[in-house]
Design a protein around this ligand. Structure first.
Ligand SMILES: NC(=O)c1ccc[n+]([C@@H]2O[C@H](COP(=O)([O-])OP(=O)(O)OC[C@H]3O[C@@H](n4cnc5c(N)ncnc54)[C@H](O)[C@@H]3O)[C@@H](O)[C@H]2O)c1
Length: 348
């Protein structure tokens, strides 16, 4: 049987652990998998573009487990009452091909993206970082703010969004969830970014936006660029990358989808797993600026699905879903139709 985890199950898992603990565990799972990067068969995700958005399939596997995520990106969706990003995914057994877990991944993507941002910032931001600018206050933003607060010691967030209602929503949630986190609402991107140790950009717009310009960079800043993740959908002025040391998840994918798409193919970047395993340097001193040009990589969803599987087992959550027929004789697929109850005709 395949285990099915719905959004309600994932909300229960988060309620049982508390979001800070869940995010901490997510980072542990991500780090464990990024440390064994060479074990995985990797490819850039398959993106189907339309005028208004993108639908992507993200596969990855090692010798034991195969995973994929279905995810979309439609920045105009919120005007129609739908999230910008929606996702689900599967974990399957490599030995047989049997899907073992089918799960919601919309909530989970927000947790795994925040976990990935923290995993990178732990090695790339200055260790004394206390203040984070957060530009883009939509669905992902609480997860980013709370992950940086609880796991990295950020004690002040400086918020900006073109939509003041989104900022009001984020402010209310953060004040309720993290009373010791100082929340400052700003009137412009420049005001939010001024004096910040870390700048997280997590906006959604299907255009080459210029959220952050080189003039806004200050010595020692770390930029966590999350929203530039598709061809023609970017957030950072190319000069921000040119003035910084740039770190990526999977280089072949980021060259196509990241803010990096604006720079020549020989512009040097470092894959983050190399920093994690000690093969490349992270931050070298307190004055350089670093950029994590995040686009989201399949391995992060593999880690997240592994974590969900373990949490579901621990808590006894999830339903058996017979999406693969259980056959007494595996060669007799036709026979499975014989025992099926007759459906009632709608027209009757
Ligand atoms: N890198 C990753 O792994 C990853 C994972 C998930 C989502 N994302 C990306 O993160 C972005 C945010 O996702 P979300 O689910 O929060 O979307 P969302 O639509 O819920 O929120 C995006 C917010 O950005 C704001 N915004 C748009 N243009 C802006 C501008 N010029 N200045 C300030 N604010 C602006 C919008 O008003 C909105 O509140 C999307 O682009 C999504 O594709 C990346």
């Amino acid at each position: 049987m395949t285990t099915l985890l719905t959004t309600r199950d994932v909300a229960r898992i988060v309620a049982a652990h508390g979001l800070p603990q869940m995010l901490a565990r997510m980072v542990e799972y991500l780090e464990a998998d990024f440390r064994r990067w060479p074990d995985f068969e990797k490819c850039a995700r398959l993106a189907s573009h339309s005028e208004v958005g993108v639908i992507e399939l993200m596969p990855v596997s090692d010798a034991t487990d195969y995973s994929f995520k279905y995810v979309n990106g439609h920045p105009k969706n919120t005007r129609e009452g739908l999230p910008t990003v929606m996702a689900f995914g599967v974990l399957a057994d490599v030995a047989t091909g049997m899907p073992t877990l089918l799960s919601e991944l919309t909530l989970t993507t927000a947790m795994r993206t925040a976990g990935t941002s923290v995993m990178a910032a732990k090695r790339l931001a200055r260790p004394d970082s206390k203040v984070m600018a957060l530009v883009g206050n939509g669905a992902q933003s609480e997860f980013q703010a709370l992950a940086f607060h609880h796991l990295l010691g950020i004690d002040q967030v400086r918020l900006y969004d073109v939509d003041t209602e989104a900022t009001a929503k984020l402010t209310a949630h953060l004040q309720a969830a993290a009373p010791t986190l100082r929340v400052v609402r700003c009137g412009s991107i420049a005001e939010a970014v001024r004096g910040a140790d870390i700048v997280t950009t997590v906006t959604a717009d299907k255009t080459n936006a210029t959220i952050l310009t080189p003039e806004m960079l200050e010595p020692g800043m770390h930029v966590n660029g999350v929203g530039g993740d598709c061809p023609g959908k970017t957030e950072l002025h190319p000069g921000v990358l040119q003035r910084s040391r740039v770190f990526v998840e999977f280089e072949p994918q980021t060259r196509i989808e990241g803010d990096l798409q604006h720079l020549p193919a020989d512009f040097a970047v470092t894959e983050f797993w190399r920093v994690l395993t000690g093969q490349a340097e992270g931050r070298r001193d307190a004055s350089e600026t670093t950029v994590f040009d995040s686009v989201g990589f399949a391995l992060e969803d593999y880690s997240a699905l592994r974590l969900l599987r373990d949490c579901a087992r621990e808590l006894g959550l999830g339903a058996d879903a017979d999406i693969i027929p259980a056959l007494a004789d595996p060669k007799d697929l036709y026979g499975h139709l014989m025992g099926a109850p007759q459906a009632q005709s709608q027209a009757a």
